[in-house]
Design a protein around this ligand. Structure first.
Ligand code: ADP
Length: 593
């Protein structure tokens, strides 16, 4: 990386030391081959010149020192290769390599002196050998400019000097040629060095980028995990008291002794509790979608049925706001969707259309076919509309658009979730709006072509009897074991069970419950998941280990979807998320008793 691209001295220094390390690694990396080649060439030269050089002793000295230098440099290379990467970064390796190369260059140059022969052909051989060695060094030493210069200069200059001192005309010419060769080699080695340095820089720059990306990814993953844990814990903590608030208000609604003013107050508490619960649910949904843990279960869904349910759910709100609600479902189609999630989307669109409307306004649902494959559900209102410049940020989380909506209750995440859910169901959600005239939200989903599909219940196996308090039902009631450590929740669930006509025993932790199941024959166990001493998972695992097949239903405030799998893996038969309404409780019990 060029220095101008590096921000700050920290990364710059780190980059430079990585480059130095890489250079030294490349140099040592090619050493073993160089040493082998040096040994072979010097041995050949020694054997060829033996008997032809002026002094055999000088030649032998040259060869012996060359072999010694090869051994020392090979030993140094061996140590470098076997040392730790941190140790390889020390500057002393570079210094030692430079000394070794300088000496090697010097000693090759000395061949022209110590192996000097008066026979022209042998002297020529020495020239060819040294020039060849210099050429070979270009390939192995040019990772560092200093190293190549310190090797080439002594080798070639000593040879040049030797040739200049020759009285022979032929060698005078060779000396000129060698001078040209020296200049040529220097410029070539400079270019080779620049190229290799550039390559090293680019490679390290890429490594640095990759390291930074990996670090950022790990950091983001850790932050995401921490966020999920935090949300899971918070949702548990918020749901537990909400469970008590909503559950008790639901129970008290059945209390005939309350005055109507008290019933009204009760309703207020209930509405506030439900609102808070919805916020918790929405935040949890968004977190699960972002984390990728929210799954949709696709099945053919009758639009007629879903729209009917949604309209009846929002009708009281429309009446209260004096909004005229129309549903025009002429196509009577089926779509491929997750029924619960589709309902969530339509309810969000309908409640927005009612909320952001004015008295005597209207909300209309149209369904139409888009080609053969898609169905469009359009929720149109005659409300306040959305300015064009705000439309692009409409689906951003927690963005309430800062328009005339401050006094209207809301969280700003409903549409974000709806759009993401529509996309998860292979569909889309978009909007057209005109300020002062109204908005039109369009959900498009894949059509399912079964004109004769029976109008099946939305959740097969869960649509059961409504709460039934008649004496027959009371007589059929069987014994249930509640395992719960929180006294408020315990009181609530016991009274809910009593209201539904079931008899219940209580245990405050798994171990106590386990002992009770040994002496009693329970029809069902309703257990909290997180408890001191022994939690609900361990309790269930113990029951299954003892071959006790009693249905175990988790009753937990932790609404994270992945907990469901944990419950099932522990051997539980189902899970209910607190707060549980009388209806939900009755449905679940009806399924297992
Ligand atoms: P919330 O309604 O809880 O604020 P949403 O995500 O459902 O959150 O909507 C985001 C914002 O989009 C709302 O605060 C409102 O400003 C705007 N909005 C949504 N639906 C409509 C609509 N039908 N008409 C006008 N504005 C709307």
């Amino acid at each position: 990386m060029r220095k101008d691209k590096v921000s700050g001295p920290g990364p710059d220094r780190a980059m430079e030391s990585r480059i130095q390390l890489e250079e030294i690694r490349m140099l040592y990396g090619s050493m073993m081959f160089s040493m082998l080649a040096t040994f072979v060439v010097s041995l050949i030269m020694y054997l060829v010149l033996l008997g032809h050089s002026n002094s055999t002793e000088s030649l032998s000295l040259w060869f012996a020192v060359m072999v010694l230098s090869i051994l020392l440099r090979s030993w140094d290379t061996y140590r470098f290769i076997h040392t730790t990467p941190d140790e390889q970064g020390r500057k002393s390796w570079g210094r030692r390599f430079l000394i070794g190369s300088t000496f090697a260059g010097f000693w090759w140059g000395m061949l022209s002196w110590l192996g000097y022969s008066v026979e022209n052909e042998y002297q020529t051989l020495i020239v060819v050998c040294i020039v060849g060695v210099a050429g070979g060094a270009l390939a192995t030493l040019s990772y560092r400019w200093r190293t190549i210069v310190f090797f080439l200069m002594p080798a070639l200059l000593l040879l040049e000097l030797r040739l200049v001192l020759e009285s022979n005309d032929f060698f005078q010419v060779v000396a000129y040629l060698l001078a040209v060769f020296i200049l040529f080699t220097l410029s070539t080695s400079r270019r080779a060095y620049k190229n290799s340095n550039q390559n090293i820089r680019l490679r390290i720059e890429a490594d640095f980028r990759e390291d930074a990306l990996t670090a950022a990814k790990n950091e983001a993953e850790q932050a995401n995990e921490a966020k999920s844990i935090f949300l899971s814990n918070m949702s548990h903590e918020l749901r537990t008291p909400l469970n008590a608030i909503i559950g008790y208000t639901l129970l008290l609604q059945h209390d005939d002794s309350l005055k109507s003013k008290q019933q009204d107050n009760l309703m207020e508490i209930n509405v506030a509790g439900e609102l808070l619960l919805e916020l918790v649910n929405q935040v949890l949904d968004l977190a699960s979608i972002e984390e990728g843990s929210l799954k949709v279960c696709m099945e053919p869904v009758s639009l007629d049925r879903i729209l009917h349910q949604c309209v009846s759910l929002v009708q009281p709100m429309a009446d209260k706001n004096r909004i005229h609600l129309n549903c025009n479902n002429s196509v009577n189609a089926h779509v491929m969707a997750d029924p619960t999630r589709l309902k969530q989307i339509i309810l969000n669109l309908l409640s927005n259309a009612i909320k952001y409307n004015s008295a005597n306004g209207s909300v209309t649902i149209h369904c139409s076919l888009v080609g053969d494959e898609r169905v469009r559900i359009q929720v149109e209102d005659s409300g306040i509309g959305i300015p064009q410049d705000k439309l692009s940020s409409l689906f951003e989380p927690f963005n309430r658009l800062d328009i005339n909506t401050k006094k209207i209750e809301g969280t700003g995440i409903g549409l974000t979730i709806s759009k993401k859910l529509a996309e998860m169901m292979n569909g889309s959600l978009d909007v057209q709006s005109e300020i002062g005239k109204g908005s039109s939200f369009r959900v498009e989903l894949q059509a399912h072509h079964v004109s004769s599909l029976p109008d099946t219940p939305l959740h097969p196996g869960t649509g059961h009897k409504t709460p039934n308090m008649d004496p027959d039902c009371l007589a059929r009631a069987r014994k249930i074991l509640i395992v719960e450590d929180n006294p408020t929740n315990l009181r609530l669930i016991s009274s809910q069970l009593n209201t539904l006509g079931y008899d219940a025993d209580i245990a405050s932790n798994g171990r106590e419950a386990l002992a009770m199941t040994r002496s009693n024959n329970y029809s069902l166990v309703l257990t909290d998941c997180n408890m001191p001493i022994m939690d609900g998972y361990e309790l269930t695992a113990e029951l299954r280990k003892n071959n006790n097949r009693v249905p175990v239903i988790a009753l937990t405030a932790d609404a994270f979807p992945e907990r469901e799998q944990e419950c099932l893996s522990a051997g539980m038969n189902g899970r209910m998320i607190k707060p549980v309404s009388l209806q939900q409780l009755d449905n679940m019990l009806g399924q297992w008793l």
